[in-house]
Design a protein around this ligand. Structure first.
Ligand code: FAD
Length: 431
């Protein structure tokens, strides 16, 4: 089969790219999306949130893209109407960029004129580290919807049981909350001194750890899982920790990070910082090949640095930028460079935070960060070279979140950190 445009991967970036292709007037038959997954592109963040809830559960078709950003929901029929081929349950196992050919596991060949690589990330698995018993049944990872379905089945089968969550990042935090809401007895284990250490300061983390503890989550820090016990059915029964403790477990969920899926292209394309190197238009080193979303290492104009971003907002925006760039170059028109402001969010229990900008330099905590306070609302600023470069806010209103986004973009100067701490959100609202 041959197409003018092929998007390899059927995740968030692919869905937003498809919408932009339609906006740009792609003709029926010109575009194909090839995806390992069995369903049309959906908003992946739902998998660790409402997908796992016992009530108010999210299910497809409810969260197909582009509902996550308040846009039109692209149902499978939408692709049919636009003449976009959705080639699902199809894993590409070989890519030859020189001959513009992709080959699937079933041996089918797909030719393209222009390729967008949108393969996203895969999870890091414990057997990769040789952790004993790590291939036992009921040890779960969460990246794709079929994995979420297996977890949902286990939650039902092991009703009111014991769960151990390995990892203290956002997946660990969201999964611990979801399992607790499902009435599991939850322990969360991670080696660092506090949760979400890549973003949270000790002050921010203290709030979430107390909040989780008050909800009944048992947080175990400073140690790692080194082995798993199993029963006669091969199901996990316990988690052995490095410090000697043993935790009973009916379900284990592992969230210890991800890595971009670039293996198909090794040696054929320029890479940097673990991803596929692109310019501000998401063009790679290979002509007619673009890379977007989690796999792209791109110039972040705001910080004059090359970076890779594994967040949904960038997946959406980079996809749109690449498609705009493809059509602009076909019509010989210029478009603006990608100028991304990092944005990341998470939700768990009745908490919701947003972060914008860069988390470097000194920090200032502001607001009411008492976990038991009914009016808790707090945040943090990051200050570098006398300017605010990053801002975090828990329980912000839409206006307040807009204000912290503006601060991170404008990078206003600050004279006194004490004054910034006292002013808190008022500082952002004035910008
Ligand atoms: P993906 O959405 O992962 O899509 C990649 C697609 O490519 C998949 O369909 C995959 O099957 C397919 N694919 C890969 N290799 C092949 C192949 N060889 N052949 C065919 N198909 C292939 N970000 C946030 O900012 N906030 C959040 O709250 C948040 N929550 C998340 C919760 C979960 C459970 C996960 C897993 C991620 C979350 N993220 C969140 C991150 C966000 O979802 C990703 O950054 C985003 O999905 C990246 O989009 P992408 O299109 O690059 O990759």
């Amino acid at each position: 089969m041959a197409f003018k445009y092929v998007i390899l991967g059927g995740g968030v970036a692919a869905g937003y790219a498809a919408r932009e292709f339609a906006n740009q007037g792609v003709k029926p038959g010109e575009l194909a999306i090839i995806s390992k997954e069995a369903v049309a592109p959906y908003e992946r963040p739902a998998l660790s949130k409402a997908y796992l809830f016992p009530e108010g559960t999210a299910r497809l078709p409810g969260f197909h893209v582009c509902v996550g950003s308040g846009g039109e929901r692209l149902l499978p029929e939408w692709y049919t109407e636009k003449g976009i081929s959705l080639i699902l349950s199809t894993e590409i196992v070989k890519a030859d960029l020189a001959s513009k050919t992709l080959i699937s596991a079933a041996g089918e060949t797909y030719k393209y004129q222009t390729l967008i690589i949108a393969t996203g990330s895969t999870v890091i698995r414990l057997p990769d580290f040789g952790v004993q018993g790590a291939d036992a049944k009921n040890i779960f990872y969460l990246r794709e919807i079929d994995e979420a379905d297996k977890l949902v089945e286990a939650i039902k089968a092991k009703k009111n049981g014991k769960a151990v969550v390995v990892g203290g990042g956002y997946i660990g935090l969201e999964l611990s909350a979801a399992l607790r809401i499902n009435n599991f007895d939850v322990s969360m284990v991670f080696p660092e001194p506090w949760c979400m250490p890549r973003l949270f300061t000790a002050g921010i983390a203290a709030f979430y750890e107390s909040y989780y503890a008050n909800k009944g989550v048992n947080i175990i820090k400073g140690t790692v899982a080194v082995g798993f016990g199993t029963n006669g059915k091969g199901e996990v029964t316990d988690v052995k920790l490095k410090d000697g403790r043993v935790l009973e477990a009916d379900i284990v969920v592992v969230g210890v990070g991800g890595k971009p899926l670039t293996t198909l292209f090794k040696g054929q394309i320029e890479e940097e910082k673990g991803g596929i190197k692109t310019d501000s238009f998401f063009k790679t080193s290979v002509p007619d090949v673009y890379a977007v979303g989690d796999v792209a290492t791109f110039p972040m104009k705001l910080y004059d640095e090359i970076r890779r971003v594994e967040h949904v907002d960038h997946a959406r925006k980079s996809a749109e930028q690449a498609v705009k760039a493809i059509f602009a170059s076909e019509h010989g028109k210029p478009i603006s460079e990608y100028d991304y402001l990092p944005y990341f969010y998470s939700r768990s229990f009745d908490l919701s935070w947003q972060f914008y900008g860069d988390n470097v330099g000194e920090t200032v905590l502001f607001g009411d960060s008492q976990p038991t306070s009914p009016t808790h609302k707090f945040g943090s600023y990051w200050i570098k070279d006398g300017k605010v470069v990053g801002a975090f806010l828990e329980s912000g209103t839409p206006e307040e979140n807009k204000a912290i986004a503006k601060v991170a973009r404008v990078q206003p100067p600050v004279e006194s950190l004490d004054q910034l701490a006292t002013e808190g959100l008022t500082f952002a609202s004035k910008i």
